[in-house]
Ligand binder design. Sequence first.
Ligand SMILES: [Zn+2]
Length: 200
Amino acid sequence: MSREQGSLVVCEQCAMAHRWRPLGHGSIARCVRCEAVLGRGHRMSLTTILALTITATVVFLIGISSDVLVLELRGVATATTLPGAISASWEEGQEIVAAATAITALIAPALFLVLRLYVLVPLAAGRVPRGFATCVRVLHQAGRWNMIEVFTIGALLSLVRLAGLADAVPGPGLFALGGVMVLFAAIESAGLKHLWWHVQ
Ligand SMILES: [Zn+2]
């Protein structure tokens, strides 16, 4: 992958600088020195990405407000949501786990969605939002910290481990978070560079 510096793209494998230009559908830009992939031309339009982002926002809200795990032990059922799991870990003295989960599964994905919507809605309407460049930079960072898949896979693993001890079933929240994971992968595959084409 590459890092953007103005209109230049620096290859992360060998640090060779290339001038950036928009790619056609299905084409791949490679480093001239080491052939590492610098970027891909994408078939998704701005409105498609906006639609995916709106869907991801709705599914994310369902994911964080619904039960992720439902446990039944000796006839007593307990269920937990993602924010519930974070506060339970905090109360049990696992502050680092709670903070890491809050950042990677709650704050970064929320920031990712809010900023994407803030940028995409005006762009789709033909306007450039205020603070566009800063938003794209923050989005790049939020994308790095967005690790909802770690929580989802962690919840699935605990489900398997708990299966022998208690009656554990995945809640609707876990299915929703799995859906968010797929939607994020689709949105992120379009990258951020395409946003600049609508501004220039
Ligand atoms: Zn290279």
